[in-house]
Structures are given as C-alpha cells and as structure tokens.
Ligand binder design. Structure first.
Ligand code: Q9C
Ligand code: ZN
Length: 586
C-alpha cells in the first residue's frame, strides 16, 4: 500500500546527518559482557578513543575516558548535580591539559563500573563498592528484590527475606479481574536495548522494568493481588489513527537492522519495533478492559515510552505514542471524553501534537520547562490547543528543577482537578513518568512516593475510577520502583497515606500556577473564583516580602558596627554556655 521509500531525513527528525539506521553488524554483541549476575555492568575502557562517534553525547556523558579525567570526575561529582553530569557532553579540560599524553598511554586500561541503580560511573577500586552518586551497592540486589533490597548490601538480608515471605503469604489466590487492578507486562519489551557500545549506559534501559517487576513481586502485588493481561502487538490500522505511514514504516524498518537511531538519544535494535507494538497493544487492551468493566483499573508496565512520539516522528526515547493509542482505544470502546494527565518531568510534545485540535481528548501536562531550556522545549503555558480546541491542552511549566510534592499537589488542587472535573472525562489516562521523582538523574526534582500516591488518589475521583496508568520515563531504579508501587497500591484501593491537604507551594511554584490560571480562566469557568483568591494571596505575599526586605536593608545599613559584632558575640556566649551545660549532662 505505502510504496514511498523512507528518507533518512524523515527518520532523523531533522537530524539526518546523525546517521540513521547505521549498519553495525560488525560490532560483536556486548550483552554477555554487560551483565555479570546482578552487578553493575563492568566495562573495560581503553583510554581515549579519538574515533568515538558516540551519537548520544547529549544525554550520555562521559565521552572522554582518559584515566586522569575519570579520577577528576569522581572528585568533582559532589559539587555537580547529577543532571549536570548527564548534560555535560565531555569533560571539559579547562585545568586539565592533555597535550602531554603520550601515544603509549593510549593503551592503558582503566576499569570502571556503572551503577545498576542510577547508571553513573564509578572507579573499579576494591574499596569502592558503593555508587558515588546514589550510594547503591555495586552488586545491587534491586533486580531480584526491587526496592526492598537494601541499597547497601548485595545479598538477601534476613529482613528482606522476612518481607518477601510476609508479602507473599498475605495475599494468595487468583483475583477477580473485574474488581481488580490489571497490570500489562511482557518480557519481550526487555529486548529493546541499545546495542552500540557507549561510554555510558543509556538511561532508558531494560532494568527499569525488571526493577519495578521485582518490587511488585516482592511485595506480593504482581504476581499476587493484581491480574495480568495477555500482550498483543498493536495493529498497523490502530497505529495509523495516530502516526503517519512514514513514522510507522520507519519504526518497522528497524527490526531488520542491528542498531539504528531516530535521534542521537533514541535508539532501536531488532527487537525494538515489536517491543513498541507490544507496549501500545497492552495500553490499548488495558484501556478497553477498563472501559468495558472487565478490569477495575490498570497499570501499563511498558517500554519504550511514548509521550514524545508525535504524528511524524520518534524521539526522546519514544517510538509509538502509547497514551495516544490508549485514548483512541478507550473511545473505540465507548468513551466520549478522555483525559490524559502527564506528570513525566518532560513535556509530552508528541501527545500534545496528536490531540492539539481535538476537543474530545483533554491533555494536561506538568513538566520542567525553564523558559524552553529544558527538553524538549515545548509546553509553555500559552500552548492551549487550537482551531476550536483552545483550552483542551493545559501546560503547567515549572520554571526550575527541584520541584516537589507540595508544588505538584498544589497544582493538582488549583489547576488539574478543577479543569478535569469541569471536563468530566469518561476515562482517565496518566502518562506516568517517574523522572520527577526524588533521586532521578535526568529530572532532578523531588516528588516522593507519597506525592505520587496522592496525585493518583486525586485523579481516581474522576471518571468513576476508570483510570489507566502508563509508564513513561524515570531512570533511578529505586525511585521508579517505590513510586510505581505506591501508585499501584492506590489503584488497588489502599489509602494514599499521609495527607498533603493544605500544602504550601514554593514561590516559583505559585507563580507558575498563577500564570497558568491567568491563561486557562479564558476557557474553564471553574477556575475563576480560585484565580482571584490566589492572586490576592500572592499580592499579600509580595507586599509582606517587600516590607521584610526593607526592614532588613534598614537594619543592615543603620546599625553601628559595635552593635552587629556585639550581637554575634552574645550569641556565641549563649551557645557556648548551652553546649557546656549539655556536655556536663544537664
Ligand atoms: N540535550 C522520557 O523521559 N534528552 N524521555 C535529550 C538533549 C532526552 C526523556 C537531551 C530526554 C528524553 C520519556
Ligand atoms: Zn521524561
């Protein structure tokens, strides 16, 4: 039917020179080397490879593998955020002159290991058994036990064994699927992996699913209290409703090539296309199972992720748009209005593009934006949908990293829930990346499992609990495992735990929420009263701050020097006396 030949430029998403679909069959398969038992993947690296064509420098750092550089790296690591390390293209040599490197030193071999939990590099020294970045043991037990494994030990501790037994015992028997949370998983999605030998493991790796699955198994949730659904590959006809023929063909084509790239950070191997079709197929079937009442709700434990995949392009680790496929499957099963809430730390540009003109699918995304400087750069508050669908796209663009539970729950209370309630969806999908989680190396935000549980709980009140959660990003295995587990517990009917009822947002968070409200009040009447209320709060906040600042300036300028010094000395004396008393045992 489609006879058009695929142009590299189409595949490359405007980055044609980055050599798409490179034939790499001459490279020996590295997989056996990469995993030894459950340890972090050991790799031997030959010093400085001038010909390194690492196409993934943007996300996968550490292209410079000189011994001295590695040492230097572990020294500076403490001062850099993990995000910085990921973003750094190569280690800059401002103070490291490598002109004196002799050719003979090119054969010096240095060993390093990459942390199973967070993928960061560590020196292979017998004394270094804990990851310098996240503290995980080199022989992490996380792939066997999930986050129940102690981060600091390699084997099964007694406590862990006890946990495993207790969890397994408490819930046995086959659950009834209609009253049950259904989980979509298939091991063939583990075969999608980056085959090319890189200087750094790709963050979107098979172990992500392994770790979450191990956590669910250890907790007796799955297998156990949740029901599985059999996997099927999505059909071409279903994909055609979302993607262009060229996009579908480009993905299909990768199954005949050893290693290919859509963008420098979006890889494929021979198994990727099938993995992507299984992921989308699982999402579609979960959606219709939930909508028809055969399942209470569901969690799609899938990869590759989907929300960056648009009509015509695969990008941002995503091949097919799973959430979009699920939304259309829900509509095919009878849902009129579908809500997609996307809490992945990145903006879901693909999902936004697919539904931009569609009033029957409301897309709400919360993401780091930083004025367009954070990947993928889209998702400003003024992107609201178009051609009559204005207001059916809602973007909450955080202006900085470090955003935590309070800001997220605050945005849910003041933006997401009012709009979602007014929209009144028949079906709700969460594009659930866990890369805004505390500890994530790419997101560098601070959402905890309790925060994710709370957000799930809040969305559960919509569409009669017809809720499908789809995994998107999330790259710290411990963070994604504990977060996914607490989300699934809420799906199973457990209480979200600690209440974040009257949460106080950060100043920047409040500012973002106000910016969104200002724009979206044009489309959603339910926002009006709240917007006025928050605006006056903001004004009080601002004037209070100003008063405080003026006082501070006056104090600093007006007080004589002897008074300022005197105050410090007084404080010193008081503290000194206090500690002396304390140490005397009083
Ligand atoms: N400087 C998901 O979380 N990073 N995708 C590119 C360019 C891409 C993340 C960095 C991050 C994609 C599903
Ligand atoms: Zn993401």
């Amino acid at each position: 039917m489609v006879t058009e030949t695929v142009q590299p430029s189409r595949l490359a998403n405007g980055e044609a020179d980055n050599s798409l679909h490179k034939e790499r069959s001459h490279i020996p398969h590295q997989d056996s080397k990469r995993r030894r038992g459950n340890s972090g993947s050991d790799r031997t690296v030959t010093a400085h490879n001038e010909n390194c064509t690492c196409p993934d420098a943007t996300d996968n750092v550490d292209t410079n593998t000189q011994p001295g550089v590695v040492f230097k790296k572990s020294r500076v690591q403490r001062e850099m955020t993990v995000q910085d390390m990921y973003n750094k293209e190569s280690f800059d040599d401002e103070d490291e002159d490598d002109s004196d490197w002799e050719p003979m030193q090119k054969h010096v071999e240095i060993k390093k290991w990459f942390c199973t939990n967070c993928t960061m590099v560590n020196l292979d020294d017998i004394d270094i058994v804990y990851c310098d970045t996240c503290g995980e043991h080199k022989e992490s037990g996380i792939l066997r036990l999930g986050f129940f494994a102690s981060p600091s030990s390699q084997g099964l501790t007694e406590v862990e064994l006890e946990v495993k037994d207790r969890c397994k015992d408490s819930h046995s028997g086959i659950p009834q699927s209609d009253s049950c949370t259904v989980i979509g998983f298939d091991e063939r999605m583990l075969l999608h992996s980056e085959v090319e030998m890189k200087s750094h493991p790709h963050p979107e790796r098979p172990d992500r699913l392994r770790a979450i699955a191990a956590s669910l198994a250890t907790a007796g949730i799955f297998p156990g209290r949740c029901y599985p659904i059999s996997a099927r590959e999505i059909t071409r006809a279903e994909l055609k409703m979302i993607h262009s023929a060229e996009q579908i063909e480009a993905v299909e084509l990768t199954s005949r090539i050893y290693a290919s790239y859509f963008t420098p950070d979006t890889y494929a191997n021979e198994h990727s296309a099938r993995a992507a079709r299984l992921a989308a197929g699982l999402c579609a079937d979960l959606a219709s199972a939930i909508l028809s009442g055969r399942a209470k709700n569901g969690f799609a434990l899938v990869r590759p992720p989907g929300h960056h995949a648009g009509v015509r392009q695969s990008m941002g680790f995503c091949l097919h748009n799973n959430a979009a496929v699920a939304a259309l499957a829900a509509q095919a099963a009878g849902a009129k209005k579908v809500l997609i809430v996307d809490w992945d730390v990145h903006h879901g540009n693909g999902t936004q593009e697919i539904f931009e003109l569609n009033k029957s699918v409301l897309y709400i995304s919360l993401h780091r934006h930083e004025g367009g400087r954070f990947y993928p750069g889209t998702g400003a508050a003024n992107e609201v949908g178009s051609e009559g669908a204005e207001g059916y796209c809602v973007n909450v663009p955080w202006s900085r990293g470090g955003v935590g539970d309070n800001d997220y729950v605050f945005a849910f209370q003041n933006v997401v829930l009012p709009i979602a309630s007014e929209f009144a969806p028949d079906f709700t999908i969460i594009s659930a990346g866990f890369d805004a989680a505390r500890g994530d190396p790419l997101g560098c935000c601070d959402v905890t499992p309790a925060g994710y549980a709370q957000m799930t709980h809040m969305l559960n009140a919509l569409s009669g609990g017809k809720l499908l959660v789809i995994l998107e990003g999330g790259y710290n295995l411990r963070s994604i495992s504990s977060s996914a587990t607490s989300v699934i517990k809420v799906l199973m009917g457990e209480n979200p735990g600690c209440k974040l009822d009257h949460c106080v947002p950060s100043k920047a968070g409040l500012q973002t929420v106000l910016e969104v409200l200002k724009i979206q009040t044009n489309f959603w009447r339910s926002l009006k009263s709240n917007y006025a209320k928050l605006q006056s709060q903001w004004e009080v906040y601002i004037s209070e701050n100003k008063r405080k600042q003026i006082k501070k300036v006056r104090r600093a300028a007006g007080a004589p020097l002897w008074w300022k010094w005197g105050r410090k000395r007084l404080l010193y004396h008081i503290l000194n006396g206090h500690f002396r008393l304390k140490s005397k045992g009083c």
